[in-house]
Design a protein around this ligand. Structure first.
Ligand SMILES: *Cc1c(COP(=O)(O)O)cnc(C)c1O
Length: 404
């Protein structure tokens, strides 16, 4: 058992270590085999030396491993690494990003509670609220992401949670997380930030006053489009509630996926830096194209929240959206003319992707709701990967040439 074995000098001393060092080494506890790479514990259960030891593990008295729905050393390695990278007391891994959001609400909210949700959140998050949470007696209202006064005005005595993504998808709007955390504190509500688009490499919401961070690890934490997973990070008192829910209900992370994510984290900052540099270059190039009406990217000085983005993020992310003159036909013609970009709604991959939000990710909204969300028919979303910028530019040029 891990706790009986004195790791001695086999493990790294990470006292005072910086972000990149934590990303490579944190959370690893070497087994008696002294493996250099993180061990992958693909096991559903654990054995005991005696009946008495089994009893001590089951009662929680010894803290030993019992069953992988309860705990797994590879998953724990991932959780401990993320906790340090997000500057959280504790992190808890889940089977997917949606499982992270579900577990957060199920663990910390009850029937009769009210949740405020940003209008610009992931589609499945809205479906979770509308179709399921409401059925179990949780009230949900939606607020424009960047409008602090609107969040304040929408608070009710039973508001228990405020939930947002910043920057938003696909229009790169931001929330002032520090200002919203003051609103949440005054209300006695928990501020939950889905940090999927930035990752802790670009933004640490807990240091800005948020109470809880959630992630779809499926995106940039994996970074290469292989595994589904999620993680929630925050204070111990809240994370212990999540641990209880996940152990009982079961949407826990597979150790195999945790191992893949550990490898992803080792290169997270390097990848994010490359993603962001390429996105900035392409956004600046797109602005100059006559066929393009508007570019949505917080790295552009013309973006209304450019200063806020500089203050709360260390870079501007890899999602660049733009409005093409000519509506849906122009957008589809553009997408169909590309030959390198993948036509898919995914993001956070080394492969760049191109999406038409109005007919895919936001296709189920009514035209009115789509208009309210600012998703017009000529809008195209790019999630910039890690290919050569020149090749991406040449591919986008094909889309522009198709407009003639
Ligand atoms: C993808 C995504 C999710 C859901 O994550 P899954 O891992 O697909 O369940 C949640 N929030 C955001 C912002 C996402 O992009």
């Amino acid at each position: 058992m891990t706790q009986d074995w004195d790791a001695g000098r086999l493990d790294s001393d990470l006292d005072g270590a910086g972000f990149d060092t934590l990303a490579v080494r944190a959370g690893q506890r070497r087994s008696p085999e002294a493996e250099h790479g993180e061990a992958l514990f693909l096991t559903s259960s654990y054995v005991f030396r005696s009946a008495a030891e089994a009893a001590a593990c089951f009662s929680g008295e010894s803290g030993g491993n019992v069953y992988s729905r309860y705990m797994n050393p590879t998953v724990r390695n991932f959780e401990e690494r993320i906790a340090l990278m997000e500057q959280a007391e504790q992190a808890v891994a889940t089977a997917s990003g949606m499982a992270a959001i579900l577990a957060t609400v199920m663990s910390l909210c009850s029937a009769g509670d009210h949740i405020l949700v940003s209008r610009s959140v992931f589609g499945s998050t809205v479906t979770l609220c509308e179709k399921y949470l409401k059925r179990f007696g949780i009230e949900v209202d939606y607020v424009p992401l960047s409008d602090i006064a609107a969040w304040q005005a929408a608070c009710k005595p039973n508001t228990r949670m405020m939930f947002l993504e910043s920057p938003s998808n696909p229009l790169a709007e931001l929330a002032d997380i520090r200002a919203l955390s003051a609103v949440a504190r005054e209300q006695g509500a928990l501020l939950v930030v889905d940090n999927c688009f930035c990752t802790p490499a670009l933004q640490k919401p807990l240091t800005l006053g948020a109470d809880i961070v959630v992630h779809s690890a499926t995106k940039y934490i994996d970074g290469q489009g292989r595994c589904l997973g999620g993680v929630v990070a925050g204070r111990k008192e809240h994370m212990q509630e999540l641990v209880g829910f996940l152990r009982t209900a079961g949407p826990t992370l597979s150790p195999f996926n945790a191992w893949v994510f550990l490898k992803g984290l080792e290169t997270l900052r390097l990848r994010m830096r490359a993603h962001c540099e390429a996105a900035q270059a392409l956004a600046e190039w797109l602005v100059q194209q006559p066929q393009v009406e508007h570019v949505y990217y917080a790295g552009l000085p013309s973006h209304p929240q450019h200063e806020l983005a500089k203050a709360q993020q260390s870079a501007f992310g890899a999602v660049v959206s733009f409005e093409l003159k000519g509506g849906r036909d122009a957008a589809w013609r553009f997408i169909d003319a590309t030959r390198l970009l993948s036509i898919t709604a995914n993001l956070g991959d080394s492969k760049s992707t191109i999406t038409h939000p109005a007919t895919t990710t936001h296709g189920r909204l009514t035209p009115e709701a789509r208009a309210a969300a600012g998703i017009r028919d000529g809008l195209i979303r790019l999630a910039i990967g890690l290919e050569e910028v020149a090749d991406l530019k040449a591919d986008l040029q094909r889309g522009l040439d198709a407009q003639r």
